[in-house]
Design a protein around this ligand. Structure first.
Ligand code: FAD
Ligand code: SF4
Length: 502
């Protein structure tokens, strides 16, 4: 039985992050491992609730109280087994998930301090590697059926592993030069060092998954060819269509870029330095991929913006402003607006924020200002209010509130508009819906028979934990479509949504 007084004896504690001056001089992860003593202490805080709401917060249905107690008692091998029963890649979610499970933890009621679920998770993932590594699971006799997975992000990889472990022949097609989707070149190394991906890929390969990089499906291979060669196709191409602001004067200036253009290029340089494929030294317009010595303005308030901030610090920016359209969120959950156990709107401080830079809330860019040579030299901003009217967002600038911020480099991190328009979709006769996503029938098939969809491509830009959950569910649907024996686990349906107050 779990310790009934653990949460009374121990406050919530996280491992110390690496000191800012040290970590911004390299690209290594911000968090060092927590150590066994702290991890077991923190796992002891879990009350093993009769109705564990942490489960409802997590789309994977992770068995959180079970593995908390296994860690508390030092049963690491069993904890590794329990965690992997619902999550193919805890080393990714443990490092990167914003942890809706913690927002839903019973210990968080009334402003209390939830269990450090995510930290326990990553330590179990570390233990898996330390105690014998990620060994391949034995796979059953070949089913004789084959599946093509298009896109190698967490959704595609989770589905691939589930299907391979069910005996199907799986080939993952990826247009990039390396496997991993956004984990590989979107998310910087200081959040996820790439050895974690490589280690997991070795396991998938040993379980029979084949990887084909540098293949843009729809261009290098047609959809017809893919359907002829495989019994089923899973689309997991992400939601990589970046939102832009073409109407803002000066958008065409040199030095104003989509955040992902800068981020991916910067991450490629890091990968090249670590022995990967050569990084691109300049952007297509000739701008060096470097914030060194520059005044950087990042527009947006989410993960992408925070990642740009961390990159700018490590590249040696002279100064960074991060602009957000919305007012500064409260420090603590507003129970009237977002009651426990829903995901609260609160000020989120990423590690990048303690490294420097100024956050400016409730402002909108009115103009990117030209230095006279076609290069941006400043952004002109105004204070704004934002209202929702008839489902539309109305942004109103306050008269007389305009001012300039110096800017040599402006990064647009203002969200994504769904999956990209690409030849593959036309070839399959599958269209994007009003959100830019691809609709799925209840059995995860798209409008094209035998062609399934999962992850951001179906859900719109979301989270890794949802991508893995959808990948697992789509794999279960494909297994049923192929008349595979038994059932694979399906943690979510096509209609599942995060916990919400109704
Ligand atoms: C900068 C950034 C930081 C983020 N940080 C976090 C975070 O900290 N925590 C978190 O939970 N989530 C984070 N996210 C979101 C998370 O990365 C995504 O939700 C997740 O990666 C979606 O997984 P996916 O498998 O659906 O697609 P993706 O990871 O986007 O992978 C799709 C893949 O499909 C490939 N592809 C597309 N079309 C084709 C084609 N025709 N042929 C072959 N390949 C194709 C693409 O090249 C890509 O590799 C972040 C997102 C961004 C942009
Ligand atoms: S809700 Fe919190 S305390 Fe309860 S079982 Fe889940 S992690 Fe443990």
């Amino acid at each position: 039985m779990p310790d009934p007084n653990g949460f009374l004896r121990y406050p919530r504690r996280m491992p110390a992050r690496r000191p800012v001056p040290v970590r911004i001089s390299d690209w290594r992860e911000v968090y060092p491992p927590a150590g066994e003593e702290l991890t077991r202490e923190q796992a002891t805080r879990c009350m093993d609730c009769g109705i564990p709401f942490c489960h409802d917060g997590c789309p994977l249905g992770n068995r959180i109280p079970d593995w908390n107690d296994l860690v508390r008692t030092g049963n690491w091998d069993a904890a590794v087994e329990s965690l992997h029963a619902t999550n193919n890649f805890p080393e990714f979610t443990g490092r990167l998930c914003p942890a809706p499970c913690e927002a839903a933890c019973v210990l968080g009621i009334g402003g209390g301090e939830p269990v450090t679920i995510k930290q326990v998770e990553v330590e179990i993932a570390n233990a898996a590697v330390a105690r014998g590594g990620l060994l391949p699971r034995p796979v059953p006799a070949p089913s004789g059926r084959s599946v093509a997975v298009v896109g190698s992000g967490p959704a595609g990889l989770a589905a691939a592993q589930q299907l391979a472990r069910a005996g199907h022949a799986v080939t993952v097609y990826e247009r990039d030069d390396a496997i991993g989707g956004l984990l590989r070149y979107g998310i910087p190394d200081f959040k996820l060092e790439k050895e974690h991906i490589d280690r997991r890929l070795a396991q998938l390969a040993a379980e029979g998954v084949r990887f084909r990089t540098g293949v843009d499906v729809g261009v290098d291979v047609t959809a017809e060819q893919l359907r002829a060669e495989h019994d089923a196709v899973l689309l997991a191409c992400g939601a990589l269509q970046g939102r832009d602001t073409p109407e803002t004067p000066g958008r065409q200036l040199r030095g104003v870029h989509q955040a992902m253009t800068h981020l991916v290029a910067a991450n490629r340089v890091v990968a090249a330095a670590a022995g990967g494929a050569p990084g691109t030294a300049v952007l297509p317009d000739g701008t060096p991929i470097d914030a060194a010595g520059k005044h950087v303005v990042i527009i947006g308030g989410g993960d992408t913006a925070a990642d740009c901030l961390g990159v700018a610090h490590r590249q040696g920016a002279a100064g960074v402003h991060q602009l957000d359209l919305y007012p500064e969120p409260p420090q603590a959950r507003d129970e009237a607006r977002d009651p426990w156990p829903t995901w609260p709107w609160v000020l989120r401080n990423y590690p990048a924020h303690e490294e420097g830079g100024d956050r400016v809330f409730a402002v909108a860019v009115q103009e990117f200002v030209d230095d006279g040579t076609g290069q941006v030299r400043a952004v002109r901003i105004a204070e704004v209010t934002v209202e929702k009217r008839d489902g539309r967002r109305i942004v109103t600038a306050l008269p007389g509130s305009e001012r300039e911020l110096p800017a040599d480099l402006v990064l647009l991190a203002i969200g994504f508009e769904g999956t990209e328009e690409q030849p593959l979709l036309d070839q399959l006769g599958v269209g994007r819906n009003a959100r830019g996503a691809i609709d799925a029938r209840p059995d995860w098939q798209t409008a094209a028979d035998g062609v399934f969809v999962a992850g951001d491509m179906h859900r719109g830009a979301s989270l890794i934990v949802w991508a893995i959950a959808e990948g697992r569910a789509a794999a279960a649907a494909i297994h049923a479509y192929l008349d595979g024996p038994g059932q694979l686990p399906a943690p979510v349906s096509v209609a599942t949504q995060p916990l919400a107050a109704r």
